[in-house]
Design a protein around this ligand. Structure first.
Ligand code: C5P
Length: 226
């Protein structure tokens, strides 16, 4: 029997990361933060002197990306070449750089196996942009989270502030809009809900409410599948 997967896709600031972590913890499943891989890849390219425009070199770097994830109770530490880069990759600059390398087909292709290797018993919650469409098209449960652009900018602002990163909300809203545009309009794996995903607009929902709704969806789909 294949290991069950729940995919949670959506644009930046839709709450995917928070919801995916909370649901994974409830279910006792593994968690894949696929965005972290693209963020680390962008940083690795910078540190290893790889020009992101050189798609072959970027693909090679992605295939051999020296990244490791260390799980703790409420966080995942991300290591690049053994160096803890968790805080560095969380900035908006890192997010923007990630969305540039993420548009390169060779890089996406090279990261596929690594992402699929996270599918381990008892189950996986996979968070990203193309989890339900490309990486785990056969996932048992698929959710696509959205929220208004204004609400997403507010959430991101709060999240960054809590992490001690200071940003201007207007710049942030503009950067989010640019990143969404790039993610949604790239030719490879553009951001879009899978045909069989359940789309949830979380603009007026709190975290607990979204988690409960996702758990309900899991329950319902489990029932329907008998
Ligand atoms: O989710 P997060 O904000 O960490 O993602 C950073 C960037 O990585 C996104 O803007 C997107 O361009 C890219 N990404 C992607 N596919 C994924 C996850 C992230 O293209 N599955």
């Amino acid at each position: 029997m294949s290991v069950p997967v729940l995919t949670i896709d959506g644009p930046s600031g839709s709450g995917k990361g928070t919801i995916a972590r909370a649901v994974a913890r409830r279910l006792g499943w593994h968690l894949l933060d696929s965005g972290a891989l693209y963020r680390v890849l962008a940083l690795a390219a910078e540190r290893h002197g790889v020009d992101p425009a050189d798609s072959t070199a970027l693909g090679a770097l992605a295939r051999n990306l020296p990244v490791a994830f260390a799980e703790s109770d409420d966080d995942t530490r991300v290591l690049l070449d053994g160096d803890d880069v968790t805080a560095i990759i969380r900035s908006e600059t890192a997010g923007n750089a990630a969305s540039r390398v993420a548009a390169v087909p060779e890089a996406r292709e090279a990261l596929l196996d690594r992402q699929r290797a996270f599918r381990q018993p008892p189950g996986l919650v996979a968070d990203g942009r193309d989890m339900g469409t490309e990486v785990f098209p056969d996932a048992d449960y698929k959710v696509f989270l959205t929220a208004s652009a204004e609400e997403r900018a507010k959430r991101r602002y709060k999240q960054l502030k809590e992490k001690g990163i200071s940003v201007n909300i207007r710049d942030l809203a503009r950067e989010i809009a640019e990143r969404d545009d790039r993610d949604a309009n790239r030719p490879v794996s553009p951001l879009r809900p899978a045909d069989d995903a359940i789309v949830l607009d979380t603009s007026d929902m709190g975290i607990d409410e979204v988690v409960a709704r996702v758990m309900e969806i899991l329950g319902k789909q489990v029932e329907t599948r008998g």
